[in-house]
Design a binder for this molecule. Structure first.
Ligand code: FAD
Length: 469
């Protein structure tokens, strides 16, 4: 029977979706309460994008020492090594700096951040539990941004010591001698290649007939080649059936048509076979909010749920579980609540895989474009013919543009190669502007840079690339 605290908007979850929405609402003059039970920044900052990229960078730097000799760089004779204990401190520093940044931005924009666990009590009230205390908030609008967590099949017991999920795999204080990874999706590949570079003997087990099954074949080929070079054992078309921890080792019982049942023994196992939305324990029923058969909250282009004054964003909604999509949806929901015309166009959500080489893309693959009924032209440029790539010892991969043969409008831009993650920005802009392939081909691209790869791939569509025949 206590009095509810009133606010224009309440946001549940302070990940990249929730905090972006909160800041945008603050800018629009709304009173906002942002409820986060753990830490601002969500999965992305605390146990996802940022720490994983810090690990991948470290592993990459270490691995590059192998090429120093041919460039004339002399290393000390002692054996080099990576101390993950020290690395953990570095990681914590990065996270804490970004954490404070978000706190500061929330404060400056008038956002009230409350630490606690939120549940819907009705379609206009939320209860928040903080250290045993319970407060009730009454809202005009709410945004659900509770994110997702790793999916763990029931036969695996993630103990954080022998069997890890992505979170605990980023908390290791020592490089494990061996690691088996269940799941060859992007997180499995990113982590697997990183640990392999740090000196771990890595095995990746994937049920589909190749790793990264969602990504176009020609891009993934380059990564498979490198994974093998790193000594990673790729076991595709293989199913894990059982995991037994014995004598300080994990024994994974796997099955494939080709080899029957086998046992893979390793110090640790990382489970990364997908994620599930955090939508079960937040009282959606009390607010009348519907979920689909996989527990995702369906939303329209304004991010509204079936209850029009309640919105959902990020990993709780169907679509790719990516931080930039969550943030964009958060901004859209905030603007709609703020009375601005705003909507999300999900056609051009870029994707990046921090494998080696990196893969990044936006728009349709060739197959997807053809399925859509387009008659397609493609142009491709290999980095082995790019001067900068040679000068930085990063010649693997290529840029590819996919074009509607009739209008020459770009339908997709994809890349596998060093720094593809940064280079895809040009592709996103081009597709958003409905650029034609001539727009890329005729734009002067700086030399010597990897961006010339896009220009030459575009020229190749038009039949006049300078540096390939
Ligand atoms: P989340 O980041 O999951 O945040 C949700 C927040 O809500 C959490 O902080 C949680 O504590 C809080 N919460 C949940 N329930 C409640 C409640 N009842 N009350 C109060 N608070 C609650 N994406 C990329 O785009 N690029 C990458 O390189 C990338 N790498 C990744 C690497 C790994 C290892 C992982 C696991 C993920 C990665 N992702 C990456 C995905 C990215 O982290 C997510 O898509 C993103 O974090 C989703 O944002 P969100 O705001 O929807 O939710």
């Amino acid at each position: 029977g206590e009095v509810a605290i009133e606010t224009d908007v309440i946001i549940i979850g302070g990940g990249p979706g929730g905090y972006a929405a909160a800041i945008r609402l603050g800018q629009l003059g709304k009173s906002v309460v942002l409820i986060e039970k753990d830490k601002l920044g969500g999965v992305c900052l605390n146990r996802g994008c940022i720490p994983s990229k810090a690990l991948i960078h470290t592993a990459d730097q270490f691995h590059r020492l192998n090429d120093f000799e041919k460039m004339g760089i002399q290393l000390p004779q002692e054996k080099t090594a990576v101390d993950l204990n020290v690395w953990q401190d570095w990681k914590k520093g990065i996270i804490s700096q970004l954490n404070q940044g978000i706190s500061h931005l929330c404060k400056e924009n008038g956002v009230t951040v409350v630490k606690g666990q939120a549940t819907f009590l009705s379609d206009d009230r939320i209860g928040v539990e903080t250290d045993g205390d319970f407060e009730t908030y009454k809202f005009e609008h709410a945004i659900i941004a509770t994110g997702s967590r790793p999916f763990i099949p029931s036969f695996l017991n993630v103990d954080g010591r022998y069997i890890l999920d992505s979170t605990t795999s980023l908390q290791l204080k020592e490089v494990p001698p061996s690691l088996s990874i269940i799941g060859g999706g992007y997180i499995g590949i990113e982590m697997g290649m990183a640990f392999a570079k740090l000196g771990t003997q890595v095995t990746i087990i994937e049920m589909a007939n190749r790793i990264l099954p969602q990504v176009a074949d020609n891009l993934v080929k380059e990564v498979i080649r490198n994974a093998k070079k790193l000594g990673i054992n790729l076991k595709t078309s293989t199913r894990v059936e059982k995991a037994i921890v014995e004598d300080g080792q994990v024994h994974l019982h796997v099955f494939s048509e080709k080899h029957g049942t086998e046992v893979i023994v390793s110090e640790k196992t990382l489970v990364t076979i997908g994620r599930i939305p955090n939508t079960q324990e937040i009282g959606l029923n009390q607010a009348g909010i519907a979920v689909d058969e996989k527990d995702y909250i369906a939303v329209d282009t304004e991010c509204r749920t079936n209850v029009p004054h309640i919105f959902a964003i990020g990993d709780t909604t169907p679509g790719p579980a990516l931080a930039h999509r969550a943030s964009k949806q958060g901004i859209v929901a905030a603007e709609v609540i703020g009375g601005l015309p705003s909507a999300i166009d999900s056609t051009f959500v870029p994707y990046v895989i921090f494998s080696d080489p990196q893969i990044a893309g936006v728009g349709f693959s060739r197959e997807e474009a053809e399925q859509q009924g387009y008659s397609v032209k493609t142009g491709k440029f290999p980095f082995s013919a790019n001067g900068r790539a040679l000068a930085t010892n990063e010649t693997e991969g290529f840029a590819e543009v996919i074009v509607d043969a009739k209008s020459h409008i770009l339908l997709g831009m994809h890349m596998v190669g060093a720094d593809a993650s940064n280079l895809i920005g040009e592709g996103v802009l081009a597709l958003e502007l409905s650029a034609r392939v001539e727009d890329i081909a005729l734009s002067m691209h700086p030399h010597p840079t990897l961006t010339e790869g896009w220009m030459e791939a575009a020229e190749a569509v038009l039949g006049h690339a300078i540096h390939i025949v």
